[in-house]
Design a protein around this ligand. Structure first.
Ligand code: ZN
Length: 269
């Protein structure tokens, strides 16, 4: 359960969710570097302070806080996202899929193949003030796994990243935003500080809501995404984000169908 102060904080601090920053992709979850820079420059000029997730649970947040998160830990973040954030003195929390570090995203049914950052790059982030966190071990839909498998995904990824990075892993984001009571309880029991979902309306410490940023967003819509206090417009943006998320939730289903039709090796190697 959240305290009322936590619910107030989670309701008023914008928490953004990005995935891929690339020149072009056949997917809905990318934005070009120039657009990303425009958004971060706008936050900078409007005096937003980028905070780490730990600050969501303290009493003295800075004025105009914002949390920036990246799911999946793609290599294109290192090339295109990191330089922009450093230029404006911002940081981010990067959720890493431990089994796929340094490998291609074969867990995704999308047409676009992306590489994940390797451990050498990930090790640089804590020194730059960035947070490295878990996005599980294999990016599976946790609600479809056995209890033993869920525990393994959460425990093994946490331990692997901690061993490789040399820093505690406090936060988890759920692949495809999917979670259940058992999944949330398991995260709590394994010592995570809090977990993140992709539903912008969630106000639970174990499924903190995030607002996705996508290629279709205009600058006007982006400004709404960082103003949860503007409840009616924020709600519309949240509904749009949930519609886009519902497509990504179908990813495991699409992947399984394609594998059954064409064969695993041909599609994913
Ligand atoms: Zn993901």
């Amino acid at each position: 359960m959240c305290t009322s102060a936590e619910i107030d904080m989670l309701s008023n601090v914008p928490i953004l969710l990005y995935h891929s920053i690339a020149p072009f992709e056949l997917s809905g979850v990318w934005i070009p570097k120039m657009r990303f820079e425009k958004q971060i420059r706008w936050l900078f000029k409007n005096h937003f302070s980028c905070i780490k997730p730990q600050k969501l649970f303290v009493d003295d947040p800075p004025p105009r806080p914002v949390v920036i998160t990246f799911d999946d830990g793609y290599d294109n973040f290192y090339e295109n996202g990191l330089p922009v954030l450093l230029k404006y003195g911002f940081t981010a929390t990067i959720f890493v899929v431990s089994h796929y570090v340094g490998k291609t995203n074969t867990w995704d049914a999308g047409v676009t193949r992306r590489t994940h950052m390797g451990w050498d790059k990930l090790r640089e982030f804590p020194g730059l003030g960035f947070e490295i966190a878990s996005h599980t071990d294999t990016h599976s839909d946790l609600t479809k796994l056995s209890r033993k498998e869920v525990r393994r995904e959460l425990e093994f990824s946490k331990k692997t990243i901690e061993d490789k990075i040399g820093k505690p892993v406090e936060f988890l984001s759920y692949p495809f935003g999917r979670h259940s009571k058992f999944v949330r309880d398991c995260a709590k029991e394994l010592g995570y500080t809090a977990c993140f979902s992709s539903n912008p309306f969630s106000r639970d410490r174990w499924a903190i809501g995030r607002m996705g940023v996508y290629i279709i967003d205009t600058m006007k819509e982006y400004r709404v995404k960082v103003h949860p206090q503007n409840k009616s417009l924020y709600k519309l943006e949240g509904i749009k984000t949930n519609v886009i998320n519902s497509v990504s939730i179908g990813t495991p289903v699409w992947k399984s169908l394609i594998e059954k039709t064409i064969g695993n090796d041909e599609v994913w190697s």
